[in-house]
Design a protein around this ligand. Structure first.
Ligand code: ADP
Ligand code: 5GP
Length: 188
């Protein structure tokens, strides 16, 4: 049987990566769709594990070849995209596929797959809390953080288009709620 698809979208800093990591540690037969990006790796990131890191030119060549299921210029000058080959590879291995994509990408994947996909929106308790989390994470410059916070208000307006909204206030609660939704979707 082909694996199902579970989409996670949220403004940067909402806790998506943390919640996805929690789910992947559970015995739910889940695998993570590794996206391609034109941004540079952060210090703790590894090519082929966190992302396929491509330079701008290679990224656009692959766009032209039609290699992407979806792609977006998520931040000015920085593109992210889901490779068709990645989804096929994971689905053919019989695993369910988790996507961590921006809100527009999430809606596009949901439209493409319909009931085969569950679209979850991870919402921060407030934009101020989001800024705090990005500061505490300590992975981005102040300039990058402010760009991400500025975009968050716009991204939050997409939440009602998702199948479920999970408010990530207390992490343990959000992880539990997510696990319940995902378990019932893959067993349904
Ligand atoms: P995203 O993938 O959405 O950008 P992360 O998972 O990297 O977000 O989380 C951003 C930061 O906030 C990380 O440092 C993470 O440890 C922290 N964090 C995640 N969830 C919570 C929470 N519920 N309360 C406080 N901090 C959190
Ligand atoms: P980061 O730079 O913090 O890793 O990711 C920035 C944003 O890009 C996040 O909102 C993340 O979900 C999004 N993103 C990552 N991969 C993809 C992808 O394949 N497609 C789209 N549309 N967005 C992505």
């Amino acid at each position: 049987m082909k694996g199902k698809l579970i989409i996670f979208s949220a403004p940067s800093g909402s806790g998506k990566t943390t919640i996805v990591k929690h789910l992947l540690s559970k015995a739910l037969n889940l695998s993570f769709s590794i996206s391609a990006t034109s941004r540079k790796p952060r210090v703790n990131e590894i090519d082929g594990r966190d992302y396929y890191f491509l330079d701008n030119e290679t990224f656009m060549q692959r766009v032209a070849k039609g290699d992407f299921l979806e792609w977006e210029e998520v931040y000015p000058g920085t593109c992210y995209g889901t490779l068709k080959s990645e989804v096929e590879r994971l689905q053919n291995s019989g695993k369910h596929v988790l996507f961590d994509v921006d809100v527009v990408g999430g809606i596009n994947i949901k439209k493409h797959y319909g009931a085969e996909a569950l679209a979850l929106f991870i919402q921060p308790p407030s934009v101020e809390e989001l800024r705090k989390r990005l500061n505490n994470r300590n992975t981005d410059s102040q300039e990058v953080i402010e760009k991400r916070v500025a975009k968050a208000e716009y991204e939050l307006t997409f939440a009602p288009q998702f199948d479920h909204i999970i408010v990530n206030d207390i992490l343990e609660k959000a992880c539990q709620e997510t696990e319940e939704l995902v378990t019932s979707f893959i067993n349904g």
